[in-house]
Design a protein around this ligand. Structure first.
Ligand code: NI
Length: 247
């Protein structure tokens, strides 16, 4: 029952994703005047790109057997993904994180023990981040450029000092379906559904990139010109791999 639900929610994510690619994003258009240099964005909860690019993200691992199984699947399809890891799991399975990094996947910080940051003192948040960064460094010799706070829980004030103090390029909230797909490599159902999900997305012409690669390609969401019906059937239409129509 639980497994069914996981598979269902994953499929739902994938179908949202496909719709999101094909319909104009409904977010607010760029407000900056064209001649103003836009402020670099730190926090992302949605990334718009031209073209059929997506970033698969896997949170809460590494897990003893599921993450290696997932790495095998990704390697077989030559797909690069992003892993938001839990520090205490990293210290338990450092070799899995080392393997993921060695095979070209991106590693992000997802805290030490998965708390709500917004409920913690600054010192507690600092410890969550620092211990996890150190665990990743010890395991894979890299400093993570991305942070995804558990549950997307982070205050505006925390975002500022965390960015200044830890230097993460990006803080992801990822609360909307879009070109960043959130999954968990700690649930067997997710990993079981993954071969079919990846095959379906590849068949539709999607190209897989890491989160940092995706953000580097980010463009402003197309402005809403006319109320295009959002219900365009897209399930059977692969996205045009070269240039999607740009509004
Ligand atoms: Ni999580």
């Amino acid at each position: 029952m639980f497994r069914q639900f996981l598979i269902f929610s994953l499929a739902l994510t994938a179908s949202h994703l496909i719709q999101a690619q094909a319909t104009p994003a409904s977010t607010v258009g760029p407000k900056a005047k064209p001649d103003e240099a836009p402020e670099p964005r730190i926090t992302f909860n949605f990334v718009h790109v031209d073209g059929p690019y997506i970033a698969m993200t896997f949170d809460d691992g590494p897990a003893a057997t599921l993450t290696p199984k997932l790495l095998d699947l990704l390697a077989a399809r030559q797909i690069k993904a992003t892993f938001f890891v839990i520090g205490q799991n990293v210290t338990e399975y450092p070799e899995i994180v080392a393997r993921a990094a060695r095979e070209g996947h991106e590693i992000g910080n997802h805290s030490w023990s998965h708390p709500y940051f917004a409920r913690l003192s600054d010192d507690a948040v600092r410890s969550q981040l620092k211990r996890t960064d150190e665990a990743i460094m010890n395991a894979a010799g890299i400093h993570p450029k991305l942070l995804r706070p558990p549950y997307g829980s982070i205050t505006a004030r925390q975002k500022r000092w965390i960015h200044d103090e830890f230097g993460y390029d990006r803080i992801l909230k990822n609360t909307r379906p879009g070109s960043i797909v959130l999954s968990h490599d700690i649930h067997p159902g997710t990993i079981e559904a993954m071969p079919a999900t990846l095959a379906q997305l590849q068949d539709k012409g999607f190209k897989f990139v890491t989160v940092s690669e995706l953000i580097a390609m980010a463009t402003p969401p197309p402005p809403k010109i006319s109320p295009t019906p959002a219900a365009t059937p897209t399930g059977s239409t692969p996205p045009v791999p070269t240039t999607a129509p740009r509004d």
